[in-house]
Design a binder for this molecule. Structure first.
Ligand SMILES: *Cc1c(COP(=O)(O)O)cnc(C)c1O
Length: 299
């Protein structure tokens, strides 16, 4: 298993479609981190794995849906960093395994299925205790990998951009649990703004989750410096619409940058729409973070 790369490239998107709007758009190519460990998933795992080693754990246990990029990433990272891995999957087993789960299994992850009702309370001490009784000691990586240890890794995205000869005004990323955005917020300077684009419907609940994460990590960032734009979910998590797919195809063709429809396609659609609606003042420098997730394209 290859090692993930950091210091991913920062590229300017010189797209004729947006050149008339007086802004400059850049993309942080975290999709190039690793073929199996989706960009932001590695950022979130990095310090969790260090913490697990420090605490002397040999096994990682985590949770996810059957199509989770996080499950995929934990399986790959475990193999690379010499951890046993257990993936607790929501719902029943379906055979043959889908590409995500068969990858995880091949990477040595033990797959355990949990009924949906129990899964809703998977973070409760009772459920964790019964998992410990069954599987022995482990380090728990939360669903999506978003906890306080996820933040410093995602903060490094901002630090790497800051090390470039570029000062940005806006940074944009897709949100699932909001952990990536929280880490990015922890790296912002005065005057910089962050916009998160929830991939799920009703993403406003993420304000609370993100505030909680920031508080837990003692990060103080004024709420005037960030916002969630909940207008680009296209019907909900993993839902797609023809206009989204058409946008993605045209974007990929013009810019030679691949997107996927669950997160990065929706975020990029939103950023383009906001540019074209004049949301960003003239002269703005905008960075979008490509959080990866492209392994779903390769089956
Ligand atoms: C998981 C994922 C996200 C969401 O990240 P959060 O930290 O959960 O908000 C965004 N983009 C991609 C490609 C992902 O796989």
């Amino acid at each position: 298993m290859k090692q993930p790369i950091e210091n991913t490239p920062l590229e300017e998107i010189k797209d004729p479609v947006i050149t008339d709007y007086g802004i400059r758009l850049f993309i942080k190519r975290d999709d190039l981190t690793h073929p199996a460990i989706s960009g932001n998933k590695w950022r979130k795992l990095k310090y969790n794995l260090q913490q697990a080693k420090k605490e002397g754990h040999k096994t990682l246990l985590t949770f996810g849906g059957a199509y989770s990029n996080h499950i995929y990433a934990v399986a790959a990272a475990g193999l690379w960093m010499d951890f046993e891995t257990i993936g607790v999957i929501r719902g029943e087993e379906h055979l043959p395994l889908n590409p995500t789960l068969s990858f995880a299994k091949e990477a040595g992850m033990k797959l355990v299925y949990m009924d949906r009702t129990t899964f809703r309370t998977h973070e409760s001490p009772e459920v964790l205790q019964s998992l410990k009784e069954e599987w022995g000691d482990f380090y728990t990586v939360p669903m999506g990998g978003s906890n306080v240890f996820a933040l410093p890794g995602c903060q490094e995205i901002v630090k790497e951009i800051e090390a470039e000869p570029l000062t940005f005004d806006y940074i944009c990323c897709a949100c699932g649990t909001g952990g990536t955005l929280a880490g990015i917020l922890s790296g912002l300077k005065d005057g910089q703004q962050a916009i998160g684009f929830p991939a799920l419907k009703g993403g406003e609940f993420l304000y609370d989750d993100i505030h909680k994460l920031l508080e837990e990590a003692s990060v103080d960032v004024p709420s005037s410096q960030w916002t969630l734009n909940c207008d680009y979910h296209f019907g909900g998590y993993a839902k797609k619409k023809p206009e989204l797919l058409a946008f993605m195809e045209a974007f990929e063709e013009r810019n030679q940058i691949p997107l996927e429809f669950i997160y990065t396609g929706k975020m990029m659609y939103g950023v383009y729409d906001l540019i074209q609606k004049g949301y960003f003042p003239e002269g703005s420098q905008i960075v979008v973070v490509h959080t990866g997730g492209l392994q779903i394209k390769n089956g």
